[in-house]
Write a protein that binds this ligand. Structure first.
Ligand code: PCA
Length: 214
């Protein structure tokens, strides 16, 4: 299965972005759960990230798309349910752009649901002992932007897998800790392990999200 995995460059106070570090690890190892995964580190900039991702999806026509980003203020792995058609930046992106209240695709739907198997990913991460939650809000910064762009591109191109829209969505990871204390926090190694579990669920064709769930 051809899977596209993306992360982000550092931005703001995030001097090392774990989402980018995970992708770099995947690119250098390319074995086990990471075999056959195309990893790309996106610029943390609305326009450039959106354009790069659209081009990647058109070029690879992947069978699954997993976008990663860091949410520095969160403490668990957040499986995002919804992408909003809204750019609303409280701080400038890496290109100095800070759009406020602007639609991503002016004629597009107000939101897209994730088509990742969120319930199956949640169960797999819980079984692995990782703090994990289902989240209803991916924010309105660059992560939400690429989540929306990816889902829109899947719909626009009509990319299907097993009769349904290609699994596509965003997972926010917390900032890693140096060492886990009393089961609190996740090291970068554990985040990498967690993403391997998510990729395994994707490969296994984990239960598709059903309306009203996930
Ligand atoms: N997190 C930011 C953008 C890049 C990243 O890793 C976000 O949550 O929007």
């Amino acid at each position: 299965m051809a899977i596209l995995l993306t992360g982000f460059e550092p931005f703001g106070s995030v001097t090392r972005n774990p989402s980018g570090s995970i992708v770099e690890h995947v690119r250098s190892s390319a074995t086990g759960a990471f075999a056959g995964v195309a990893g790309e580190v996106l610029p943390t900039a609305f326009a450039a990230a959106g354009e790069r991702l659209r081009n990647l999806i058109r070029a690879h026509r992947p069978q699954a798309i997993l976008c990663l980003g860091v949410a520095a203020e969160r403490s668990a792995i957040d499986l995002e349910r919804i992408a909003l058609n809204l750019d609303d930046a409280e701080r400038p992106d890496n290109a100095g752009a800070a759009p406020r209240g602007r639609p991503i695709v002016p004629a597009g739907p107000v939101a897209y649901r994730s088509t990742l198997p969120l319930d199956a990913m949640h169960a797999a991460l819980q079984a692995a002992g990782c703090p994990v939650r289902l989240s209803n809000h991916a924010g309105t910064f660059v992560c939400n932007h690429v989540f929306y762009v990816a889902r829109h591109e899947v719909e626009r191109l009509g990319l299907v897998q097993a009769g349904a829209a290609v699994p596509c969505g965003l997972v926010h990871v917390p900032l890693p800790v140096e060492a886990e204390t009393d089961g609190h926090g996740l090291t970068l190694a554990r985040l990498i392990e967690a993403m391997a579990r998510c990729l395994e669920v994707l490969r296994a064709g984990g239960a598709a999200p059903r309306p009203g769930r996930s």
